[in-house]
Design a protein around this ligand. Structure first.
Ligand code: NAD
Length: 290
């Protein structure tokens, strides 16, 4: 397949490399000067998009996605697919999809979970919104870049699934960390705490798979000085998107809002920036009630 790939950063770079390695003809563009093995460099987003059957974008936010869509939609062939894998606000995802459809294109919003490791190893999970035909065209590409793609319904629903998932993740990570800090103060051994909770009704991905306590449970960023992993500032981005969506849909999400405020404080006023999002545990360890 002839593919245009725009946004070759930490995620987009290895995703584009995996598509090229699998034999696809990939032309890439990034605003910063980057070269990716096997990917033909283009001088502009338009150049990368011209003649492509699928144009993939992996960009920082909805505003940048909208400006790149303004560049590429007019030059894309009718029937081609615009496949956005960035995490952006639901409104931007739906606006870009409408713009693409009005130009005779298929549009998919397909944010991912799995992080940089998942992008490198081709084990991402894609949450996909958009039409069935576009999903069918992109299916082979999802198989190369990831291990699972779930079609969640019409445009914007991929982003909706992503922010709901990450709102649960942020909140469960916080409560798992505060529970460990409470257990410490109650004299409960961390290993005992893990052994009980990971097999009881308090279990979650945050406890069982990504345990925030060093030396306890499976190997996680806690065992590597809280190097990300999934950085606290990226969690903050997703929690803010969840609150934006909750506000525009008039949904009451008090725990999601509290999680967003706590990560904002951690990243913007404390030492959370650049640390894994599970570094909430050493944060709570140092604190007292009040
Ligand atoms: P990144 O900052 O490493 O990459 C973004 C790239 O886009 C950069 O290389 C930048 O130069 C390029 N870019 C910016 N504006 C551009 C423009 N107008 N035209 C062309 N290129 C442009 O970010 P990332 O970590 O690769 O994340 C990309 C997206 O994936 C984000 O939406 C992020 O929320 C999401 N995401 C990231 C992770 C993660 O662990 N890093 C996990 C899941 C989802």
């Amino acid at each position: 397949m002839k593919i245009g790939f725009i946004g070759l950063g930490n995620m987009g770079g290895p995703m584009a490399a995996n598509l090229a390695k699998a034999g696809h003809d990939v032309t890439g563009f990034d605003a910063a000067d980057v070269t990716i093995e096997g990917v033909t460099p283009a001088n502009s987003a338009e150049e990368a998009a011209q003649g492509a059957e699928v144009v993939i974008t992996m960009l920082p936010n909805g505003q940048i996605l909208r400006s790149v869509a303004d560049q590429v939609v007019p030059v894309m062939d009718k029937g081609a697919v615009l496949l956005d894998c960035s995490t952006v606000d639901v409104d931007s995802a739906r606006a870009v999809a409408e713009q693409a459809q009005a130009a005779g294109l298929s549009a998919l919003d397909a944010p991912v979970s799995g992080g940089v490791g998942g992008a490198q190893n081709g084990t991402l999970t894609f949450m996909v919104g958009g039409d069935e035909a576009g999903f069918d065209t992109a299916r082979d590409l999802f198989d190369i870049m990831g291990q699972k793609a779930v079609h969640c319904g019409p445009s914007g629903n991929g982003q909706a699934a992503k922010i709901c998932n990450n709102m649960i993740l942020g909140a469960t990570m916080i409560v798992t960390c505060e529970a460990f800090a409470l257990a410490d103060k109650l004299g409960l051994d961390r290993q005992a705490m893990f052994d009980v909770v990971s097999t009881s009704s308090g279990q979650s991905w945050s406890m069982n798979t990504y345990c925030p306590a060093p030396g306890v449970g499976p190997t996680s960023p806690a065992d590597n000085g809280y190097q990300p992993g999934f950085a606290a500032e990226l969690m903050l981005k997703d929690l803010r998107l969840a609150q934006e969506a909750a506000s525009s849909a008039d949904a009451d999400t008090p725990i999601g809002e509290a999680a967003m405020k706590l990560y904002a404080q951690f990243v913007e006023e404390e030492d959370g920036n650049g640390r894994d999002f599970s570094a909430m545990l050493p944060r709570f360890e140092k604190r007292v009630r009040g």
